[in-house]
Design a protein around this ligand. Sequence first.
Ligand SMILES: Cc1cc2nc3c(=O)[nH]c(=O)nc-3n(C[C@H](O)[C@H](O)[C@H](O)COP(=O)(O)OP(=O)(O)OC[C@H]3O[C@@H](n4cnc5c(N)ncnc54)[C@H](O)[C@@H]3O)c2cc1C
Length: 340
Amino acid sequence: MAIETDVAILGAGPVGLFSVFELGLLDLKAEIVDILDRPGGQCTELYPEKPIYDIPGLPVVNGQELTDRLLDQIKPFQPGFHFNQMASGLHRLDDGRWKLSTDSGTELIAPVVVIAAGAGSFVPKRPPLAGIDAFEGTSVHYAVRKIDAFRGKNILIAGGGDSALDWTINLAPVASSLTLVHHRNGFRAAQHSVNRMRELAAEGKIAFHVAGVKALHGSGGRLEAVTLSGADKQEWRHACDCFLPFFGLTIKLGPIAEFGLNLHENLVPVDTARFESATAGIFAIGDICTYPGKLKLILCGFHEAALMAQAAFHICRPNEKLRFQYTTSSTSLQKKLGVA
Ligand SMILES: Cc1cc2nc3c(=O)[nH]c(=O)nc-3n(C[C@H](O)[C@H](O)[C@H](O)COP(=O)(O)OP(=O)(O)OC[C@H]3O[C@@H](n4cnc5c(N)ncnc54)[C@H](O)[C@@H]3O)c2cc1C
């Protein structure tokens, strides 16, 4: 699916989100891609409940709340979100625009691409099970993209965090059977999710075992059973056709390394007037960019987004004049924000 837009943003962390606002004030439309299933980047993935004390004007705000506030702030500009997708290719088209493509087949075509990729993409930790790659994408999944794809399946979920518990609760109604395994009878997930999971187990709607997965069995990419090992080291075979390991995420730079961006220590060098990389039309802001004096702080990323947007305007609207305006006094900006 090809979508034409003004600006394609890679990364829905705080800086990618705020850039939608700065671009929107200049009437530039944005589409955002993220490998995660929700916005917020490091803020929501690594520290949703930790207080942040250095966001200007917000003496204390946690990672989730900051993300929610940014989403609220960019609402008037209705960006297109493309979650659960790895941005995997960047190519220049004959007409000078860029095509940012994802591993799900989405193609964003825009004169400007903004890399707001932080430390790189969050990728799932794979369990060290022999032959697991043969089942990946068919019977082994690290994310749930469509609940309906799991309807009527015999599902095995492994893990003890929020993803494992949330998907146990959400997939239980559509599964033919669902078993959760975790190596201990304690969880790192929200207490209300743990309580709900235990209720479902008590009602016989799911099964829960303190156990680990030792081996996968099946052929042609189709899983038939796994070997489970209990707390007493006793092993048994468990029939299932679908395995969802939720063992957390790790950060890897990923495909950006192949985008030809002249990386320096895995960061994109930019100029500090425009935040453009050495390649015209490709900008980098937030933790992924580097320049003398760069600080990996959210507030610095917000400043970078503002300057990037001004430069992006001249690329997207070469024949229009850009007038500097304040949101406090410009009726035209206030109209865009829906407050005038
Ligand atoms: C524990 C902790 C505490 C922190 N506390 C503070 C603090 O108090 N104050 C402060 O200012 N900063 C703090 N930081 C740093 C702050 O979180 C980062 O500066 C900020 O998140 C950077 O935002 P970003 O949008 O540039 O990148 P990120 O938040 O890293 O978001 C980048 C997004 O890009 C996505 N992505 C990357 N590559 C791809 C790809 N190829 N395809 C699809 N998606 C991709 C990632 O999945 C991610 O969602 C803290 C960081 C940590 C880890």
